[in-house]
Design a protein around this ligand. Sequence first.
Ligand code: SF4
Length: 455
Amino acid sequence: MSHATKAAEFNKDEAKVNWHDKALWYVREKRDKSAHNVQGWEYLRQLGSNIKANVLSNLDEYLVQFEANAKNNGVHVHWASNAEEHNNIINDILSKHNAKKVVKSKSMLTEECHLNPFLESKGIEVVDTDLGERIVQLAQEPPSHIVLPAIHKTKEDVDELFQEHLGTKPSQGNPEYLVGEARKHLRDKFLNADVAITGVNFAVADTGGVVVCTNEGNADMGVHLAKAHIACMGIEKIIPQEKHLGVFLRLLARSATGQPITTYSSHFNKPEDGKEMHIVIVDNGRTEQLSREDFRASLHCIRCGACMNTCPIYRRSGGHSYDYTIPGPIGSILSPGKDLKKHSSLPFASTLCGSCSNVCPVKINIHEQLYKWRQVIVKEQKQPVVKKSILKTAGVVLSKPGLYRAAGKTARFMLKNAPRFMIYNKLNAWGKARDLPEVKGQNFDDWYKKRQKNG
Ligand code: SF4
């Protein structure tokens, strides 16, 4: 199903779409205020972008350095070239510990590798401990946003969900009550977990340590209570030195939620006495993306979600309409690299307004890459005949000023005089949900000429 078809489903509930749009715009505004309070914000963005470009150009060296330092710290390091290997490595570690209960803090990589269903098929209970993640897990849905996984759900939705799965009382969506109940439920899971799995926000090459950012402290709680910690990271999570965290931690939290700093920036460098720590370093298509010159900068991404919050298409179509682990503008660049056929509609789910590139903390040229994918897709894939002929005709009309003027005149006449059914019909997708603009008596060209004539 294309993005447009799925978005049409989401758009059926107008009130929810408006609320979703507003909620994300609120986060975008918070990001703006927070960013404007930092002197040299643009310099910081440039610095972040330069560090990431350096990492990608020397990735092999940094990864080897990171591995050596992590091993020196007593950490077990594993390499996975794809999702299957990643899942098998984790399953082997869990088997070694005879682990049947796992707590997991938010990790888009494990979502990407479909780790939960894989482990569940082996009889292992996996509990997502980030509140938003737990909500979508109970609803058996994928996250719809990388930072706010349950942003598509209202508090009333959560109330119903908790009544069904956690046996809570009806509370008309009382957030305090619901959070309190979630805390009790999760505390029990933490206390009984055998192993904790976390994602990784930053992996520091010169120390071999990893940093995990959460607002709920769930990564720390899981890791400190379980007997083993498995941290899963994509190869692009490397940063060269610990001092670079000062750049990225400031950029990440402000861009994600408008906070000056994430509540918990947890540093995991080595296992606690008597415990084990594992790091699984995953490729899963990243090397291939690195080899695509036009798209390699997409690997700068620090997963802040700002491009989603600002995108007018994402805000009004919802994350699930992208049908990919990472939705929104950045997901629309990453997904065609994974499966061009399946995700070919995503680079078109953009107005190319450039707002995503403007907010991106690591200065990824997102809208330009989306445009590049469009060029690749129209060359490689058969396009609908109607679309092709419309664009061909538009190309001819736009390249001949006389024809353009005549077409404009005819269109204005038709819009003014033709019966409504000739304008608003199946062929006019734009007119399905909105009225076309009111036609003025003259166009700009006529107005300008007249004005020149009259001095
Ligand atoms: S592309 Fe940029 S704005 Fe979007 S999630 Fe990644 S870092 Fe954030």
